[in-house]
Write a protein that binds this ligand. Structure first.
Ligand code: GDP
Ligand code: MG
Length: 448
């Protein structure tokens, strides 16, 4: 799966400093395979991978992220951008009634979505909504729309199997006008597969209705088949939006990518349950996370970027250059910095579980975080003078009594105070060598 491939990729990229022309090839091969496995159409995959490559090559690798993680973040952003940026609600800018035509294969969820949309427009947009069924092939379909329309709290316009779809449309528009409906939702006949006669029928219906929205309803579980369906409907109708249904199922939602690319229409809504309130405004960013299945890597990248307090790091660098040295106050500041980044477990939560399982998993993280808190406690039990002059604790005459006092104050054993001082000593040595450079690296090491 995409998840497996990308987390493997993240592992193999560990220890590399930059995204280069050479290592990006390996990573993109994984991305390409993964998207194909997720049922994204080949031409769509090619375009997508080309865009990702272009964007990835310019990327700096920051803080504790490695090129694999940065690439995942680029893939995530590009996925979100491909599936549509921001949110697109229903367009109702038309002389009332604003007409919405529902199109799609049988079983895609047109009738259910018609009622869900009616409810959405009543509750969120305060509209007076009428529904009508032009599905004259199955009497049960008309009854189904009547039932779900009632549940939605909208009004239903009767139609019958012996009527022509065109006549139903004309009568429904007339009724909607005379009764001042804001919106008319038109449900249509199901197609088991692309069928020329039925395509011609919905084209005629479109000509009669002149809808402000022509929504293509597509089942997210359809996978590769969604591409051909989308092509056929795009050729038959000027689609203005997509509704991706059954996202509550276990599909990877890769169909979203192809359907969006092939129709060029925005994905406006997502169906997330069989129930009448199971409709959500489509959120491309969140859906990209689902397609990737990798936890919120983007949030992680941003966290690392903002958590690393550039100003504080610079101050420390200057201080070191001026020769005043790294003291225990700086050590304490570094620990606070780590905490500001949400702590280790906060960061680990944002990583995919595959990456954090096993060594360095949640249990280790808990321990590391507890250690950090204890270290902070010990540092706070010191006097300001001791933090400024660590020598008082390391080779001064009063060091034993001072350490006893600090241990008691922090509620720890003397050995822990010693351990902290050892760590500090090591870090001080490191800082001397670095002369303020490589602060990020140092902070990483501190995380253990
Ligand atoms: P139509 O033939 O296109 O009108 O499809 P229907 O609206 O009759 O829906 C077909 C089936 O899919 C029904 O059993 C619906 O309850 C179900 N369905 C529709 N949308 C969703 C959804 O978002 N999630 C789930 N789980 N089921 C859905
Ligand atoms: Mg139906």
């Amino acid at each position: 799966t995409l998840t497996d491939r990308l987390s493997r990729l993240v592992k193999t990229m560990r220890g590399q400093a930059r995204i280069t022309e050479t290592n990006v090839q390996d990573m993109l091969r994984e991305v390409r395979m993964a998207l194909l496995e997720a049922d994204v159409a080949l031409p769509v995959v090619r375009d997508f991978v080309a865009r990702v490559k272009e964007k990835a090559l310019g990327q700096e690798v920051v803080g504790s992220l490695n090129p694999g993680q940065v690439l995942v973040s680029v893939v995530h952003k590009e996925l979100a951008a491909t599936m549509g940026e921001g949110v697109a609600d229903i367009n109702l800018a038309a002389q009332p009634p604003a007409i919405i035509l529902m199109a799609g294969l049988q079983g895609a969820g047109k009738t259910t979505t018609t009622a869900k949309l009616a409810k959405h427009l009543i509750e969120k947009r305060k509209k007076k909504v009428l529904t009508v069924s032009a599905d004259v092939y199955r009497p049960a379909a008309i009854e189904q729309l009547k039932t779900v329309t009632r549940q939605a709290g909208a009004e239903w316009f009767p139609s019958a199997p012996d009527q022509k779809p065109h006549d139903i449309a004309v009568a429904a528009i007339d009724h909607a006008r005379r009764h001042f409906f804001d919106v008319l939702l038109v449900d249509t006949a199901g197609r088991l597969a692309i069928d020329e006669a039925l395509m011609a029928e919905i084209r005629d219906l479109h000509a009669t209705l002149k809808p402000v929205e022509t929504l293509f309803v597509v089942d997210a579980m359809q996978g590769q088949d969604a591409i051909n369906t989308a092509k056929a409907f795009k050729e038959a109708l000027p689609l203005t939006g997509i509704v991706l249904t059954k996202l509550d199922g276990d599909s990877r939602g890769g169909a979203a990518l192809s359907v969006r690319q092939i129709t060029g229409a925005p994905i406006k809504f997502a169906g997330v349950s069989e129930k009448i309130d199971g409709l959500e405004v489509f959120d491309a960013d969140r859906h990209a996370g689902r397609v990737l299945g990798m936890g919120d890597i983007v949030a992680l990248v941003e966290e690392v970027q903002k958590g690393v307090d550039v100003e504080a790091a610079q101050k420390l660098a200057e201080k070191l250059k001026s020769g005043s040295g790294f003291d225990l106050n700086d050590f304490l500041a570094q620990i606070s910095q780590m905490k500001k980044m949400g702590g280790l477990s906060g960061l680990m939560d944002k990583l995919p579980t595959q990456m954090t399982a096993g060594k360095g998993g949640p249990a280790d993280m808990d321990k590391a975080e507890r250690d950090m808190k204890r270290m902070e406690g010990i540092l706070n039990a010191m006097t300001a003078k001791e933090r400024r002059q660590p020598a008082l604790l390391m080779d001064g005459k009063t060091k034993a009594s001072r350490k006893r006092r600090i241990a008691a104050g922090a509620g720890v054993q003397i050995q822990e105070v010693n351990r902290l001082l050892n760590q500090f000593d090591q870090m001080q040595g490191m800082m001397k060598k670095m002369k303020g450079g490589g602060l990020m690296k140092m902070m990483k090491r501190m995380g253990g």
